[in-house]
Design a protein around this ligand. Structure first.
Ligand SMILES: Cc1ncc(COP(=O)(O)O)c(C=O)c1O
Length: 361
């Protein structure tokens, strides 16, 4: 029997096996049409119902209130680093960016090309190992929004609580999409790439407060305008139909497992197992993230030496766990355990970690 491979990659990453099987079964002949869904028009009777079902499911499974709509836009989360300031900033306002790590600083750099922005907090001196408390975020006048990155995928830190400072939040939730419940009242926009929790790469999902569209920038090239994407229900031009098709299936899979509450409970169970193993290893494994900010999606840790880390990777790969390397900028180990990671995958990793520590510690 071939051992299953558990994919701990940070994204693109593991998808529900049942969804991949469905895609395989339907790929050549969609619903008896004799064609594949990915070779037909995005404005035809085969594709359009799926498109709208995916939109409705996205709103349903994350308990998104009626004041919001959902948009599917190409360009990933990085595209949204530009979309957000292009649509929301003007000559009279500015935006606060919380610099909590690699991705937050990317969002800040891009926004600075477009409008007036400032860093309201930076974790750089502490090597991005924690998130700020609300009272550490320093705001200036005429701040249109506060941009946050609720989960930093590389350093493995997340906000335990969202800042509530009376100014709307805009959040890059790429690595926590539909993985934790959120207080929607605090947000104007929540965006992220699909390729971690929700499907293949190729699409960003943007939850946007509808009332802000009246004042969004309408003198942009058309593809960059949020209001047009909303008016056309994300069919302004040809959308990434394959990515949306598969994402719709993943969203249905999420719905069948209790929506965001189900995903959050499973994430807590998986991450607790791993942190318990780290904390009970007698210091062999060390997690650098602040205790209260430990991510439930990206579990980052180190071993006593780089040589041991190298052996850890080599032996894990032989055992069917090949994608555990930390991001190239920080090294170490990173286990990304997004929504579709089965509990058995984490149990197998924990058992491997315990054996490895016994043997090499
Ligand atoms: C928090 C966060 N933001 C942004 C990105 C970049 O996403 P994309 O490749 O979809 O542009 C990533 C990718 O890993 C991420 O983790």
């Amino acid at each position: 029997m071939i051992e299953p491979v558990y994919n701990f990659s940070a994204g693109p990453c593991t998808l529900p096996h049942s969804v991949l099987e469905e895609v395989q079964a339907e790929l050549l002949n969609f619903e008896g049409s004799g064609t594949s869904l990915i070779e037909v028009s995005h404005r035809g009777a085969l594709y359009e119902p799926l498109h709208h079902e995916a939109r409705e499911m996205a709103l349903k499974v994350w308990n998104v209130p009626d004041e919001f709509d959902v948009l599917f836009i190409q360009g990933g989360a990085t595209g949204q680093f530009a979309f957000v300031p292009l649509n929301l900033l003007n000559t009279k306002n500015q935006a606060a960016y919380v610099n909590s790590g690699h991705w937050a600083s990317g969002a800040y750099k891009d926004a600075a090309q477009v409008g007036k922005v400032y860093q309201a907090w930076s974790g750089e001196q502490e090597r991005f190992m924690r998130m700020p408390n609300s009272d550490e975020i320093k705001l200036q006048d005429n701040t249109r929004y506060i941009h946050i990155t609720p989960n930093e995928t590389i350093s493995g830190v997340r906000y335990a609580q969202f800042p509530d400072l009376g100014i709307p939040l805009v959040a890059d939730m790429s690595s926590e999409m539909i993985a934790r419940e959120i207080p929607w009242d605090l947000f104007d926009i929540v965006y992220g790439g699909a390729q971690k929790n929700l499907g293949p790469s190729g699409v960003a999902i943007v939850f946007i407060r509808k009332s802000i569209l009246q004042n969004s920038n309408q003198s942009l090239p058309r593809y960059l305008r949020y209001d047009l994407h909303q008016e056309k229900q994300s069919l302004f031009n040809t959308p990434p139909t394959f990515a949306i098709w598969v994402m719709g299936k993943v969203l249905r899979w999420v719905d069948e497992r209790g929506g965001v509450q189900g995903m959050q409970a499973a994430a807590n169970e998986r991450s607790s197992l791993l942190y318990h193993c780290i904390d009970n290893s007698g210091g062999f494994y060390r997690c650098p993230a602040a205790l209260e900010n430990r991510s439930t999606m990206n579990i980052v840790f180190n071993l006593p030496t780089p040589e041991l880390e190298q052996s850890f990777h080599e032996q894990a790969a032989e055992k069917g766990m090949p994608y555990l390397r930390g991001h190239r900028s920080v090294g170490g180990i990173r286990a990304s355990i997004y929504n579709a990671m089965p509990l058995q995958g984490v149990q197998k990793l924990v058992s491997y970690m315990q054996d490895f520590a016994k043997k090499m510690g």
